[in-house]
Design a protein. Structure first.
Length: 513
């Protein structure tokens, strides 16, 4: 979770020289001892161990690329995005004028350790960092090859996360496992009757995907369970539509590169008989989310050169899958579902905002509960009081588990951008309104599944909290929420379109901070 913005800002770390022992050789490195733990300079590790380090275009963080995996990290957040995963650290990275970006020791273990097989240990007596190689372990693998709508998906599933690196050769894609090997029972070659994949060969230290002429591939990973996924399709097809059609649940084509942020779909949560959360004085989530979405549409269209579409513009029931289908139909570049939270019992006074992006497994128990509530269709009686559960439209569908997996694969292409947008939204809500930082989280929200674009769900407050219910009914306060969302989307638009003004401020922000 990001560092509480109410805390006193930590001064820049004071560095001192140290050394790292790597394969019998010494590497000079700067370290800093802080009240929240040891920090080690990142750049010397990159020069010695490999990888590519670059600054985020916004100037607010860094990207490290290792073994085909992009790691996003920055000051003020004790979590990093590693590929499609969010990984917690013991503390946030920091910037030192004398040493550049610095990170805690577990940052290196979660990056170079988990991805390339290194071990990192700090020797207190010697005052040095020792870096070594981990032992190679045996890990079984399960292989699946599926061809759907012009794209072949090759999935290697492991019982635990593995480190790897890939190389494209004349024969296809070579994958080398780092620190792991396949058991002999898994070795062998499998010929495939497929338009793009000729065969897959499993070996002791990795595998090869044989591609047919004219095919190319893109790879990514999924977690819980850990899967290494390759999407294989025809190379050089510039005019193919890579987005699923409305209602399509099985299009896994890689996303078409966007030229910018042109169309935004806003989804006011709930509607019709489905009231959503109900506050102590009777305020309904469905009414407030519609007011917020309408105001946000008007503000975005007055500030940005974008088209904004609402999934509903009246008090009407709309199935969760239809909301995503509307975004896909409109070929949206961004999907934002707007909701209000609720809590009961000892948590009835909970407050603050939460921002989510998709994962089949929730990042924590609270996120799992939030997804369960939003995924459950409820109806209120005429007085707005008691609610009753209504079976979800997919209940009993034998294909539903397969659909979840396919949606997970499709959304994984946009996961890093969804996480980036979620972080920007959370930052703006926290800093502008002084809201409690409840953090950026992942959860299996059905309304985000199947989206063929970056997709985020935001809970803009707790309607169950009498104080927040009163504030959410105030048009001036809702205008503040809307302005915070506009600023976040404006910052995201500049990042997508590659422009940053002087001083790190986005051109789209226009100084309205």
């Amino acid at each position: 979770m990001a560092q509480d913005r109410g805390e006193e800002e930590e001064p820049p770390p004071t560095t001192e020289p140290a050394r790292a022992e790597v394969d019998g050789g010494a590497v000079p490195v700067s370290v800093a001892w802080t009240p929240r733990g040891l920090l080690v300079a990142v750049e010397p590790m990159v020069r010695r161990l490999g990888g590519e380090l670059r600054e985020d275009p916004s100037g607010e963080g860094w990207f490290l690329t290792l073994a085909d995996t992009e790691i996003a990290f920055g000051p003020g957040s004790d979590a990093i995005t590693r590929g499609t995963e969010i990984v917690d650290l013991s503390r946030d990275p920091a910037f030192a004028p004398t040493a550049g970006v610095m990170a805690p020791l577990d940052f290196f273990q979660r990056t170079y350790g988990d991805l390339l097989g290194y071990r990192f240990e700090w020797d207190v007596d010697l005052g040095q960092l020792t870096i070594g190689r981990a032992e190679r372990r045996e890990v079984p693998v399960t292989l699946d090859v599926v061809h759907l709508q012009g794209v072949t998906t090759v999935v290697f599933q492991f019982p635990e996360a593995v480190r790897y690196q890939t190389e494209t050769t004349a024969r296809g894609v070579e994958v080398e496992l780092l620190g792991a090997s396949l058991p002999p029972s898994d070795w062998g070659r499998r010929d495939v009757e497929d338009p793009w994949v000729q065969n897959v060969e499993l070996r002791e230290t990795g595998f090869q995907i044989g591609l047919r002429p004219g095919a190319r591939s893109e790879s990514y990973t999924l977690t819980r369970p850990f899967r290494l996924v390759f999407d294989v399709y025809r190379s050089g097809t510039a005019d193919r539509d890579l987005r699923p059609e409305a209602g399509s649940r099985d299009s896994l084509r890689p996303p078409q590169p966007r030229e910018g942020l042109r169309t935004i779909v806003l989804d006011p949560g709930h509607g019709g008989e489905e009231s959503g959360a109900v506050g102590p004085s009777g305020a309904m989530e469905k009414d407030l989310t519609l007011l917020l979405a309408r105001a946000l549409r008007s503000r975005l269209q007055s500030r940005l050169p974008v088209r904004v579409v609402l999934t509903r513009n009246e008090d009407a029931h709309l199935p969760l899958t239809t909301r995503t289908a509307i975004a896909n139909q409109n070929k949206a570049d961004l999907f934002l579902s707007i909701h209000l939270n609720s809590a009961a019992g000892v948590h009835a006074q909970a407050g603050g905002a939460e921002t989510y992006f998709l994962s089949l497994q929730a990042s924590d128990e609270r996120a799992a509960q939030a997804a369960e509530v939003e995924n459950r269709v409820t109806q209120s009686d005429a007085s707005g009081g008691e609610t009753r559960d209504v079976p979800a439209s997919d209940e009993g569908d034998p294909l539903y588990d397969l659909q979840l997996i396919l949606w997970d694969l499709a959304q994984s292409h946009h996961l890093s951008e969804s996480q980036r947008l979620a972080r920007l939204i959370q930052e703006e809500l926290n800093s502008t309104l002084g809201l409690r930082d409840r953090g950026v989280k992942q959860a299996p929200f059905k309304v985000l599944m199947g989206a063929a674009m970056p997709a985020v769900l935001v809970e803009l407050g707790f309607l169950s909290n009498p104080r927040e219910e009163e504030r959410l009914q105030d048009p001036a306060y809702r205008a503040q929420l809307v302005d915070a969302l506009v600023r976040a989307i404006s910052r995201y638009r500049v990042l997508v379109e590659g422009g940053v003004s002087e001083g790190g401020e986005t051109a789209a922000a226009g100084g309205e901070r």
